[in-house]
Design a protein around this ligand. Structure first.
Ligand code: G6P
Length: 617
């Protein structure tokens, strides 16, 4: 949520900042801005709209200089208008600051500053922080310079309640950028004769593949030739490691695809293969998940699993619930992270908490992790971003290895998460009731999945045509049962996120308990009806929809007849065991939402109001 890029080095800052912002644009895209230092002046350019609007502005009014900070915004406080775009300046106009996060006590701080004579140009919480640090700098007695700015930043942040990742630039110390974090990610990107300060190293992948991630309450002083990290209290920060950024520039470019979402949908045969790589053991007829750091005895002692996450990760958790109960024989429940953190669930010693998050930075999931750890529960992370806060704070878990996901609508991360849950369920099951031949059967079926996803992707052209038929729909209903009930929820989420159609997902059999009232000719229903024990029951529900003139798109299994007689359109996926079917049935639903959104002319990769990674509450 929001993106920060800072640069100090030998090149012109603005083009590097702009390129970095473009790579982070998916994090927030309602306004953008930058400030550079040139000839003893701050050159600030900012405007509402996408990064392209900022690029256009810079063509008219270039911002020279080799030092600068920049920001792409997802509005929390204040509408997305020019004056609310970052950077924000202090009262003197000599300090500028960009900020991710939320300053919760900004109203009280604002009142104090107004009392002291400050006037504000924006409605943001961030501007208060700029004025506060600027005021503390101006009032300090120490000589002008780096140490004075560092102290003022520390002193200002100590008055703040809330979350922040910030970059600060001051005209008195034009050779320095100061960064600090609490709750919002920030890293120093390393280079030769140049350094970066970024909320995500993806931003600078073309320039640097090494980063040092700040921890909460760290403050970094970044210069051309080096950087120093200390704590908010002024102490020496604990040890930090240089992390090698393990993806390439190609991983974050579109290639031949028109949108990241489509690229990522088509990457799923590879990303699922990568989630399985080295983790299937035929010798043990089980899964090997070394990152769990748990002995077989400890795994056996698990008598309850609680999965927590948000959005798509929550839906993957719901599939995980079915898998862990059916294959692993362990009672399992799933809770929204935003509820878990406040719910105070009674949990005993044998409860294992699994936090699922692609980004590893979602604030509610992080808070749920902290609550669980505070209570002494074993808490594991299922994350994609290896260096993320959730991954670090859990200390153990399973990485998804899906590669960078840029499209705001999550696709490949979902199938990777479900794959990881299947591995966990296999491991738990083999420690309990499953025979080795059952384990080997699951392994064989899992190994076939990447190629089956490839075949499911071949339905894309057929789905494009189906989507064209329904562009006039006023909404869509998604239904499935058992393993495919969460897929109905995820299908509805994908569709609403990127088409803005009102969509609902339900267990098929709930139809007659309420939402059958919505059925009419311009409200199509999507039934996920593979060839499993629920097939006949799904068929019944389809008949009930058809009897009320509702159009039906069905997702069925190759070779299973019956759907084509009742549904208007049928998309077939390859045959697999019912517990693996979500990995295949989700593919046509991702494609359906994608093609609908394209037909409707939506901005697929940057849907309105959303952000990829929600780092504010
Ligand atoms: C946001 C994104 C969703 C994502 C959710 C959880 O809402 O728009 O696509 O599923 O956050 O993100 P996480 O990174 O924790 O998986």
């Amino acid at each position: 949520m929001c993106g920060i890029v800072g640069y100090i080095g030998k090149s012109l800052a603005a083009p590097i900042l702009l390129d970095g912002l473009r790579r982070l644009e998916y994090r927030g895209y309602d306004s953008a801005g930058l400030a550079t230092v040139s000839d003893g002046r701050l050159e600030t350019r900012k405007c509402a709209g996408r990064i392209q609007a900022l690029a256009d502005l810079l063509k008219k009014e270039p911002a020279p200089g080799g030092v600068g900070i920049s920001h792409t915004r997802w509005a929390t406080h204040g509408r997305p208008v020019d004056e609310n775009a970052h950077p924000h300046a202090d009262g003197s106009g000599r300090l500028v600051l960009v900020h991710n996060g939320v300053i919760e006590n900004y109203q009280a701080l604002r009142a104090q500053l107004v009392e002291a004579g400050h006037t504000f140009k924006s409605q943001t919480d961030t501007e208060i922080l700029a004025h506060l640090i600027g005021k503390l700098y101006d009032e300090a007695r120490a000589p002008h310079g780096k140490a004075r700015l560092l102290e003022a930043t520390r002193a200002g942040l100590k008055q703040v309640i809330g979350t922040y990742g910030i970059a600060v630039l001051h005209l008195d110390v034009p050779e320095t950028i100061i960064g600090a974090r609490r709750g919002s990610p920030l890293a120093v990107g390393l280079g030769r004769g140049e350094h970066f300060l970024v909320s995500d190293p993806q931003a600078i992948i073309a320039h640097s593949q090494e980063a040092v991630y700040l921890k909460d309450y760290d403050v970094a002083v970044v210069g051309r030739d080096g950087f120093e990290i200390s704590t908010l209290e002024g102490g020496i920060a604990g040890s930090y490691e240089v992390t090698k950024v393990d993806f390439t520039s190609d991983d974050v470019t579109l290639g031949e695809f028109p949108h990241y979402m489509l690229k990522e949908i088509f990457e799923q045969p590879h990303s699922v293969r990568d989630a399985l790589r080295g983790r299937l053991s035929k010798d043990d007829a089980s899964a090997r998940l070394g990152g769990l750091n748990m002995t077989p005895q400890e795994l056996r002692d698990v008598d309850r699993v609680i999965i927590t996450g948000c959005g798509t990760a929550y839906h993957a958790g719901l599939v995980g619930e079915y898998l862990i109960e059916a294959l692993g024989h362990v009672p399992c429940e799933v809770e929204f992270a935003s509820e878990f953190r406040y719910r105070n669930m009674p949990m005993d010693k044998g409860t294992l908490v699994l936090a699922v998050s692609q980004s590893g930075e979602t604030i509610d999931t992080l808070a749920a992790v902290r609550e669980s750890v505070r209570k002494g529960h074993r808490t594991l992370g299922i994350c994609n971003n290896v260096a993320s806060t959730i991954a670090r704070e859990c200390g153990a878990g399973v990485y998804m290895h899906a590669g960078p996901e840029i499209g705001v609508a999550a696709t490949k991360s979902f199938t990777s998460q479900v794959t990881v849950f299947t591995l966990l369920a296999l491991l738990l099951g083999r420690i309990r009731h499953q025979s080795s031949s059952e384990g080997l059967g699951i392994i064989k079926a899992l190994e076939a999945i990447p190629a089956q996803i490839e075949r499911a992707l071949e339905t894309s052209d057929q789905i494009r045509e189906i989507a064209a038929k329904y562009v006039g729909a006023k909404g869509m209903l998604f239904m499935g049962r058992q393993y495919n009930y969460p897929i109905a929820l995820e299908g509805a989420l994908k569709m609403k996120e990127i088409t803005y159609l009102q969509c609902e997902g339900h267990p098929s059999a709930e139809l007659k308990h309420g939402f059958i009232a919505l059925i009419e000719p311009d409200m199509p229903s999507v039934f996920i009806a593979p060839d499993d024990t629920m097939f006949e029951s799904n068929l019944n529900s389809i008949e009930q929809v058809k009897a009320r003139r509702g159009p039906v798109i069905a997702i069925g299994t190759e070779g299973r007849k019956g759907l084509e007689q009742v549904a208007d359109d049928v998309v077939y996926i390859p045959r697999c065991p019912d517990y693996l079917s979500p990995l295949l049935t989700i593919i046509p639903l991702q494609l359906l939402s994608y093609h609908m959104a394209v037909h409707l002319g939506r901005d697929v990769d940057k849907p309105r109001n959303l952000a990829k990674s929600v780092t504010v509450e």
